[in-house]
Design a protein around this ligand. Sequence first.
Ligand SMILES: Nc1ncnc2c1ncn2[C@@H]1O[C@H](COP(=O)(O)OP(=O)(O)O)[C@@H](O)[C@H]1O
Ligand SMILES: [Mg+2]
Length: 642
Amino acid sequence: MTSPALDTASPYEPVAVERRYARPKATIHPDSSRGWLRRILPIVGAHRFLFFGSLALALVSMLLQVAIPAVIRDAIDTALSDRTAALGGFVAWVLVLGIGRAVLTFVYRYGLYRMAFEIDTDLRVILYEHLSRLSFSFFDRTQSGQVISRANSDIRSVQMFLVFAPLISMTTVMFVAALVFMLSIHVWLTVVAVLPLPGVYLLGKRLREDVFPLSWIVQSRLAEVAELVDENINGVRVVRSFATERHQIETLAKAATRLRWAGVRTMETRARYNPFIENLPRVGTLGVLVYGGWLVIEGQITEGTLFAFATYVLLLQAPFRTLGLFLMFGQRARASAARIYEVLDEQPEVVDRPDAVDLAEVEGRIVFDDVSFRYAGTDPDPADTTGEDRSGLVLDGFTLRIEPGETVALVGRTGSGKSTVARLLARFYDVTGGAITIDGHDVRDVTQASLRHAVGMVADDPFLFSTTLAANIAYARPDADRADVIAAATAAQAHEFIAALPDGYDEVVGERGYTLSGGQRQRVALARALLADPRILVLDDATSAIDVHVEELIHRALKEQLTDRTTIVIAQRLSTIALADRVALIERGRVVATGTHRELLATESRYAEILANLTDESDADDVTEAGDGWAEPTPIPGGGGA
Ligand SMILES: Nc1ncnc2c1ncn2[C@@H]1O[C@H](COP(=O)(O)OP(=O)(O)O)[C@@H](O)[C@H]1O
Ligand SMILES: [Mg+2]
């Protein structure tokens, strides 16, 4: 399950990071028909020294625990039969056994928990590395935030089980040792001692059956409250702008009340069972004392033996108390493991071919040859066996040739497939039919790292990290010096506003860059792409929130900076479109006309029509703030700009 791309840094990976974390030595067994424990065995196996070492120590420690009452029994009997006997030897023995047990307990617990946390780290690394390889189609249909937060509790429950399972099996060994010891002394007294044990087990089982569903309810209501709080904080701008705080608080209070009910019910149930669960073992002790006391009087057993039995009664309870817990942990861990495996069994759809070569020395000739594409989840009609079903195709017969150094604008209505074209070029998805080539190389034949090194993409709502502006701009080249960062920012017309900030390039942007305006964010994202210096640049509505005059400066700077860069601009605004050498008009996933802006305007009635519509459709839902407080200019349909 390891990808070579993550093991050896390719020269096309912008950040050749030295691995600082310990790579897990093993991963889960790939055969999904195996049981969950058998699948996780390789990971546990990688820590077998800790695992078996701790178990051996735990075993010894528990046997010592069984031995201590036996020594005390001998001490009592010796003291009673010979009232002047020296007991120092017994005391020394008990001390040695007790200290030995204490030390062993410390070491084996340390070992087991250490193993558990190492496995925890392993699982996290495995899961995260796997997520980082999964294709966009996975993230389209999965809420990745949920995957991560669920993984936290899932990994924890698997980890808990891996600690408790061996411990509980060890208490069973202790149980058997104590039982054998007791049986060898007095069979009937042993029977009296174990009599209440099934009761202990049954009571515990009943309690769990009552509490377990309640604890699930508590869990899910906790999650509900957490989600509401999270949403309110992340969506604080929407909440405030509609003045719906009171409504949100109402909702939250209701959720909190539901949580309270479940919490109180859980405690009430526990409180009902606890007196019985705590006192039932004492019934065993009582039985042993009554029957055993009689046996002592009859002279059948010694006083010391009676003491030892009374102690063992309590030791015997341990496995009975924990057995049910063990079963419960087992069930929980199995469900958790299933969810973890579900993600790990997900195969990336876009992968490098084994014989993939690096896309080197890119000239920038792009050819879309009869490309068709359908997003996963919009599968064709299963009744159609001819493979000719065209329903759900976002691109259908998309053909376009772009020469090196050319700037081509893609123009079309919202939903006509423009962004999809950009995503396919960077191979975020694989085409359903046809082919995309760069300099004659099919994008599926080259390594993804080299392809994405060559193709730079800027989207309309760019994501910035909560770090300094300099670090955001140098994201793809952390080793870039300040002069390069400033040059890129200047080309993207971002230098001026950054320099005016109190901390300049060292200003830390807020979460997702929300302390900047939409237009400022776009310019920082553009600078980030320019610093990476891709041979092919795709601007997907990347300047939609930037003022027209500034945008023109940007395009001029782009032209100066690198004349032979191939550029695809997806634009809604006439001013942007006019900057392109050529325009491709897209309708329903195919190119219906190409030509210069003037040519199309003169010959294509559809072009003028779409341009007129763009004014209304134009990014109303994409842009949250207008650029920089400048008035957003309205494009004039069909008018100048060229
Ligand atoms: N990740 C996705 N999963 C499924 N369908 C998608 C996805 N992204 C876009 N689509 C659909 O594909 C079509 C084209 O979308 P898109 O390429 O974004 O259009 P444009 O950029 O021209 O507005 C739309 O109908 C849209 O609903
Ligand atoms: Mg789009």
